[in-house]
Design a protein around this ligand. Structure first.
Ligand SMILES: NC(=O)c1ccc[n+]([C@@H]2O[C@H](COP(=O)([O-])OP(=O)(O)OC[C@H]3O[C@@H](n4cnc5c(N)ncnc54)[C@H](OP(=O)(O)O)[C@@H]3O)[C@@H](O)[C@H]2O)c1
Length: 397
């Protein structure tokens, strides 16, 4: 047994509870790193690949086809104006700067401005008020919050003159233009690169020499080069693989996913499972461990690495029987809620709600109340204590 498989087994036996005892015994090197031995079928033509995703062929662009010299050549006549220095603005601007492109930041004075100064952006040189950055930029990278994109649209629009490019990391503003008021002028390119993760990860993966996955889309191609420039820009801001999409598909899937399994549905499921365990007499630590800790520390990373099919094939026969019997029931009861959610995204209800709530004067205080309700829930308070007992958080005596 080599080092990798010893580590895999140690991880399984250390954090995995009962259901994984059989897995620990059964797992062999041949089974465990399936992802590593599984070959991806693709065909390549000049910078893009067509990859078979479970039977459907899709186009994917890869960072290695856009080396630094090509990026410098593509944007040699451009000034990239990144508006906003929130998670995305920061991550993308720093990556562009490290890629030696001509990048400036546009921000209002306040928290973001101060952070930018602290990270080496110099007022009057490469850090400006938003309008000045828009004036100087040839590619306007609108990474303000989605609500601010709508609020400041009439300020930004006059600077979007012929020949410039407007860039987003979310289809939100343009797709829901009836609600946001964001209608780009017809004589400019409009493109999108949406990293599949927070700006913090965009930056940290870049620093590790890796790239985050992202989506790329073109809304308007006036120059005839919008796609090529969008892909190059995607690589320049720090993505590794770029998947083709449209503005509409990007924003629908993103709003749906974060309200669903990524954040909304998962919190709902965690709480429901926890509450039943507590009502049936289980201690907070037991209820938390069986609901959240085992999921996030043991099973989800393994699902991420190998897939749910592998998980089902490699757990104890007892866990396997139960999961096989129950997943369809959860599917059947939750699918109507997912249908309702998708409809609420597609008909703009989610956008209107987000714009309305996020632009109220008491937005911060109301948000804090809602977040406090989650933080004060016994499950997440129990979680704090459980996390302190993780091996990495226990001080050696
Ligand atoms: N976060 C993600 O995971 C993620 C992933 C992919 C794409 N995106 C997209 O990337 C874009 C930026 O996201 P983000 O998470 O970085 O945004 P964010 O944290 O919500 O805000 C970004 C910036 O907007 C500025 N801002 C807010 N209201 C303003 C106003 N009224 N006037 C001027 N500036 C204002 C903030 O400045 P202050 O500090 O001064 O308030 C901050 O610099 C959005 O379109 C988002 O959907 C986000």
């Amino acid at each position: 047994m080599n080092f990798a498989s010893r580590i895999a087994l140690r991880q399984l036996t250390r954090v995995a509870p009962r259901s994984f005892s059989v897995l620990a015994r059964q797992t062999t090197l041949a089974q465990a790193p399936r992802a590593a031995v599984c070959k991806v079928a693709f065909t390549q033509t000049r910078g893009l690949k067509t990859i078979d995703f479970g039977g459907t062929k899709e186009v994917v662009y890869e960072r290695s086809d856009y080396p630094p010299a090509k990026l410098l050549e593509t944007f040699k006549n451009d000034t990239l104006a990144v508006l906003g220095y929130g998670p995305q603005g920061r991550g993308q601007a720093l990556n562009l700067r490290d890629n030696k492109l001509n990048v400036i930041v546009g921000s209002r004075k306040g928290a973001s401005w101060d952070k930018a100064v602290a990270e080496g952006w110099i007022p009057g040189k490469n850090l400006f008020e938003i309008t000045e950055a828009c004036d100087k930029g040839t590619i306007i990278m609108n990474l303000l919050s989605d609500a601010a994109q709508s609020k400041l649209w009439s300020t930004i629009k006059p600077y979007l003159t012929k020949g410039k490019t407007l860039y987003f990391s979310h289809g939100f503003s343009v797709v829901f233009s009836d609600d946001t008021g964001v209608v780009p002028p017809k004589d400019i390119d409009v493109i999108l690169v949406a990293p599949k993760g927070s700006g913090t990860t965009v930056r940290s993966l870049f620093l590790q020499g890796r790239g985050i996955n992202g989506s790329v889309a073109v809304y308007q191609d006036v120059s005839g080069k919008a796609k090529e420039r969008a892909v190059a820009l995607g690589v320049a801001v720090g993505t590794g693989y770029l998947y083709e999409t449209t503005f509409k598909q990007e924003v629908y899937s993103d709003l749906y996913g974060e309200r669903g399994v990524l954040m909304g549905a998962i919190q709902g499921l965690f709480v429901a499972q926890y509450e039943v365990l507590r009502a049936r007499g289980h201690t907070p630590s037991e209820a938390f461990n069986e609901t959240v800790e085992e999921a996030t520390q043991s099973l989800y990373p393994l699902i991420g690495a190998n897939g749910m099919d592998w998980m089902y094939a490699n757990c104890s026969t007892t866990a396997q029987r139960g999961a096989l019997d129950w997943w369809k029931k959860f599917h059947d009861v939750s699918k109507p809620v997912f249908e309702e959610l998708y409809e609420s995204v597609a008909n703009g209800t989610e956008t209107r709600r987000s714009l309305e709530k996020n632009s109220q004067p008491n937005y911060r205080s109301e948000l804090e109340k809602e977040l406090k309700e989650i933080a004060d829930h016994e499950m997440w308070r129990a979680g704090k204590a459980v996390r302190q007992l993780r091996p990495e958080n226990i001080q050696a005596n």
